[in-house]
Design a protein around this ligand. Structure first.
Ligand SMILES: Nc1ncnc2c1ncn2[C@@H]1O[C@H](COP(=O)(O)OP(=O)(O)O)[C@@H](O)[C@H]1O
Ligand SMILES: [Mg+2]
Length: 308
C-alpha cells in the first residue's frame, strides 16, 4: 500500500462521531464535583467536522478483512547491543492481535514488556523478524510514515504519564492535535471536551506538577484519545497509582473497549488487570510462555505463573 493509501485508510477509520458515545458513557466514571460548570462543554467537537458518512453509526473497519490481524509479530527478536555484549530482550515472538481485543501482556519486571510495547507502537523496529500493522511490514515504512501511524492510529499511555512539565493540562492534551493540522479552535474544543470527560476541565490551567498522580494519568488518557485512535497502547497504566485510582483508569479503558470496540493493549506485571482482558499473553525472559483466551471478568485461573 502506498503512503497515500495508508493515510486514506486511516482517515476512514477516524470516525469522529463514534468515540463520543463511548466517552459519554465513560464519563459516568468521572467525579462530577470536578467538572467545569463554565461554558458549554456539552458541545461535541468531534461531530463538527465529519460528513454524513462519518457520522453514521456504521462501524468502520480498521482492516479490510476482519479475519486479518491488526498487528502481527512474526519471529520477532530484539537484541540490545551494549558495547561488545548483546542481550536478547525478545526471542522469537509470534503474536497476532485482532481488532477489538482487550489484550493484556503480563510478565515480571525485565521480561521484555516495554520492549514489546515499543515494537507494537511502531516506536522501535525489531532486530529480526517482522511487525506488520494492517498487513503492512512497518520496517518498510520511513520515519515520516511511521510518525503518521503513531500520530493517528495509536494512543499511547505511559507508566510515567510523559506529560510535558512546562505545558498546562489543556496544552498537553492539545499536543497530538498540533501535529494533525487541526483547526486551532476545533482542537481547543476537543481538548476541553476530553478534559471534561475525564473530569478535569477545572484543572485545565494546572501544570502536571500541580496535579495528583491519578489526575496526571487522566490527562494522559485524554491526550491519548485526542486524535480518536482505534488502538490504545498502555505500559503499566496503573503502575504509579493507588488501587482505587488504578481501578478507575481500567474501568474507563474497559468502557472504551466495550462501547467503542477499540483495541486495547496493556503491558503490565499486575495480575489484577487480567480480569479486564479478552486474552492474556504471558511473557517471561523475552518469550511467550502461554496465551489464554478469557471470558471477561472471569476469575483468573489457579495455575498462573508466580510473577514475583
Ligand atoms: N536499551 C537497552 N539496552 C540494553 N538492555 C535493555 C535496554 N532496554 C531494555 N533492556 C533490557 O531488556 C530486558 C527487558 O526490558 P524491558 O522490556 O524494559 O522489560 P519490562 O518492561 O518487562 O520490565 C531487561 O533485561 C532490560 O534490562
Ligand atoms: Mg517496562
Amino acid at each position: 500500500m502506498t503512503l497515500t493509501g495508508i493515510i486514506d485508510s486511516f482517515k476512514t477509520i477516524l470516525n469522529p462521531s463514534k468515540i463520543m458515545n463511548s466517552l459519554e458513557g465513560a464519563a459516568s466514571f468521572s467525579d462530577s464535583s470536578e467538572r467545569d460548570s463554565e461554558g458549554d462543554l456539552k458541545i461535541n467537537p468531534y461531530f463538527n467536522f465529519g460528513n454524513d458518512a462519518a457520522n453514521s453509526s456504521n462501524a468502520v473497519r480498521i482492516s479490510q478483512n476482519k479475519d486479518e490481524p491488526l498487528i502481527k509479530l512474526t519471529d520477532v527478536w530484539k537484541i540490545y547491543q551494549m558495547g561488545e555484549v548483546e542481550f536478547a530482550a525478545l526471542k522469537g515472538i509470534n503474536l497476532e492481535i485482532y481488532e477489538g481485543e482487550f489484550l493484556i501482556i503480563l510478565g515480571p519486571s525485565g521480561s521484555g514488556k516495554s520492549t514489546m510495547m515499543n515494537l507494537l507502537g511502531c516506536l522501535d523496529l525489531p532486530s529480526k523478524g517482522t511487525v506488520c500493522l494492517n498487513s503492512k511490514d512497518i520496517s518498510e515504512l520511513d520515519e515520516s510514515e511511521l510518525a503518521i501511524i503513531r500520530g493517528k492510529m495509536i494512543g499511547f499511555i505511559f507508566q510515567t504519564f510523559n506529560l510535558i512539565p512546562t505545558l498546562s493540562t489543556e496544552e498537553n492534551v492539545l499536543l497530538p492535535l498540533e501535529f494533525q493540522e487541526e483547526d486551532r479552535q476545533i482542537a481547543r474544543q476537543k481538548a476541553l471536551y476530553l478534559l471534561d470527560i475525564v473530569g478535569l476541565a477545572n484543572k485545565k490551567q494546572n501544570l502536571p506538577s500541580q496535579l495528583s498522580g491519578g489526575q496526571r494519568q487522566r490527562v494522559a488518557i485524554a491526550r491519548s484519545l485526542a486524535v480518536n485512535p482505534p488502538i490504545i497502547l498502555a505500559d503499566e497504566p496503573t503502575g504509579n497509582l493507588d488501587t482505587k485510582t488504578g481501578n478507575y483508569i481500567l474501568d474507563f479503558l474497559d468502557e472504551l473497549h466495550a462501547r467503542e470496540g477499540k483495541t486495547i493493549i496493556i503491558v503490565t506485571h499486575d495480575l489484577e488487570l487480567v480480569k479486564y482482558a479478552t486474552r492474556v499473553v504471558y511473557i517471561r525472559d523475552g518469550e511467550i510462555e502461554k496465551i489464554e483466551t478469557r471470558t471477561k471478568n472471569e476469575p483468573s485461573t489457579k495455575n498462573e505463573p508466580n510473577l514475583n
